[in-house]
Design a protein around this ligand. Structure first.
Ligand code: SD4
Length: 362
C-alpha cells in the first residue's frame, strides 16, 4: 500500500468513525421495517446528513470532483451524479465506460446506463450505440417519457430526437484490442479487480491487453445540501459480450436503486449475478431493516455466494451503498474493489473495499 493510499484510508476511516456515531444508531434504532421513524425515535433530531458523493473504482475520484463542483455550491444530487458520470464516459483512456469502451464480440460499442432520484423517479437506456453520454439519455427517459427503460435502436432514436449527437464510439485503440481478442475469441466473464494496486497476478483469461480487467462500471451515489439522495450508473458492460447482452447497470433494482427514506446502492462486477439477486434493491432493503451500508453490502454479497458458491469463487461483484445519513459502505466478493468518497473535508479519498476472498483466486 502506498503512503498516500494509507493516509487516505486512515483519514477516511477516521471520518467514518464519527459518522458511525450516529449512523450506527440509525442502523440499530430509529428506522422501523417500513422505513418510517420508529416510535420513540421521533423526539431525537438527527444531525443533518453531510453533503457527500461516493463512486465505484479509482476513476470515481475524478467523477466525484465534477459532482462536487455542483454539490459544494448547494446544487442537486441528481445534477451532481449525472455530471460526475459523464467524466468517465468522456475519458478515452477508460475502456469500460462510454466513448472508447471495449466493443462486443461483433465490434459494436453498446452502452448501458441508469439514473434515479430520491422520489422514485428513474430512467435507463440499454444496449444503446453511438451516443457518448448514455447517462444523460437515461435522465431524459426519466424526465421526458412515461417509461423507465429504452433499449437498442429505440433508445438511439429517442436520443437523436432529443438532440444528442451520433458518434463513432469505437476508438482505434479499442478496435486494436478487439482484433487482438478475436485471435483467440476466448470469453469467460468471471472477474474484475484492481490488478495494478494490489499486486495480484494479471488476469489474462479474457485476452485483455496486459491482463487488464475487462469491465469496471461507474456507480455514483450522492446526498445534497437539501438532504436528497440520487444515484447514477453507466458502463460499456463486459468487453466482448454477446451482441444484445444487457447487464445490471441499466436495470433499476439491479445495478442501481435509491429510496429517499432509506438510502441508495449501486453495483459493479458480473451483472448477471447482480440481476439474479436484484442486488441494489436488496442492499437498500437490508438498510431498511436496520443494517449499516457496509453490513447491507456484505449480506448482499453473501447472498450471491450462497446461491452459487462454486461460481462465486472466480467472479467479482461489488456493492457500494449510502444511507440517508450520508454514511457510506461497500463490500465485494473478491479483493481489489475500491471506491472514492468526496465531501467538504476530503476531495479524493480512495478506499479499498473489504471482500470475502482476500487472496488471489487462481
Ligand atoms: C455489467 N456490471 O455489464 C456491469 C459491468 C461492471 O465493473 O460493472 N463492471 O455486468
Amino acid at each position: 500500500m502506498t503512503d498516500r493510499r494509507r493516509f487516505l484510508k486512515a483519514s477516511v476511516l477516521g471520518a467514518s468513525a464519527s459518522m458511525l456515531a450516529w449512523g450506527g444508531k440509525l442502523a440499530a434504532g430509529p428506522i422501523d421495517q417500513s422505513g418510517k421513524l420508529a416510535a420513540g425515535a421521533a423526539s431525537r433530531t438527527p444531525p443533518a446528513a453531510p453533503v457527500r458523493v461516493a463512486s465505484t473504482w479509482d476513476f470515481g475520484i475524478a467523477a466525484n470532483q465534477a459532482a462536487w463542483a455542483i454539490l459544494g455550491k448547494g446544487g442537486h444530487a441528481l445534477d451532481a451524479v449525472e455530471t460526475g458520470a459523464r467524466v468517465p464516459e468522456s475519458d478515452l483512456k477508460n475502456h469500460s465506460v462510454g466513448r472508447a469502451g471495449y466493443p462486443d464480440r461483433d465490434g459494436h460499442v453498446t452502452l448501458d446506463a441508469s439514473i434515479m432520484d430520491a422520489d422514485g423517479n428513474c430512467g435507463g437506456v440499454a444496449a444503446i450505440e453511438h451516443i457518448a453520454h448514455p447517462i444523460s439519455v437515461a435522465r431524459r427517459v426519466m424526465e421526458r417519457t412515461p417509461h423507465v427503460l429504452l433499449v437498442g435502436d429505440g433508445a438511439l432514436q429517442f436520443a437523436l430526437e432529443q438532440g444528442f449527437k451520433k458518434e463513432e464510439l469505437l476508438t482505434p485503440e479499442s478496435e486494436k484490442a478487439w482484433h487482438e481478442w478475436l485471435k483467440t475469441a476466448k470469453y469467460k466473464p468471471t472477474i474484475n479487480s484492481e490488478v495494478r494496486d494490489y499486486g495480484r497476478a494479471p488476469d489474462k483469461s479474457m485476452g485483455m491487453p496486459g491482463g487488464k480487467d475487462n469491465h469496471d462500471t461507474i456507480g455514483m451515489l450522492a446526498i445534497d445540501a437539501h438532504g436528497k439522495l440520487a444515484g447514477a450508473c453507466t458502463t460499456s458492460g463486459m468487453a466482448w459480450k454477446m451482441h444484445g447482452r444487457v447487464g445490471d447497470s441499466p436495470i433499476i433494482g439491479a445495478g442501481l436503486y435509491v429510496d429517499g427514506e432509506i438510502g441508495g446502492a449501486t453495483s459493479t462486477g458480473v451483472g448477471e449475478e447482480v440481476i439474479r439477486n436484484a442486488g441494489s434493491f436488496l442492499v437498500v432493503e437490508l438498510m431498511r431493516q436496520g443494517r449499516s451500508p457496509h453490513e447491507a453490502c456484505k449480506e448482499a454479497v453473501m447472498r450471491i455466494i450462497r446461491r452459487r458458491p462454486e461460481a462465486s469463487k472466480t467472479l467479482q461483484v461489488g456493492f457500494l451503498a449510502m444511507n440517508r445519513a450520508g454514511e457510506v459502505g461497500a463490500y465485494a466478493i473478491q479483493r481489489g474493489f475500491s471506491y472514492a468518497v468526496c465531501d467538504a473535508n476530503k476531495q479524493d479519498a480512495l478506499i479499498p473495499a473489504q471482500s470475502v476472498y482476500t487472496t488471489n483466486y487462481s
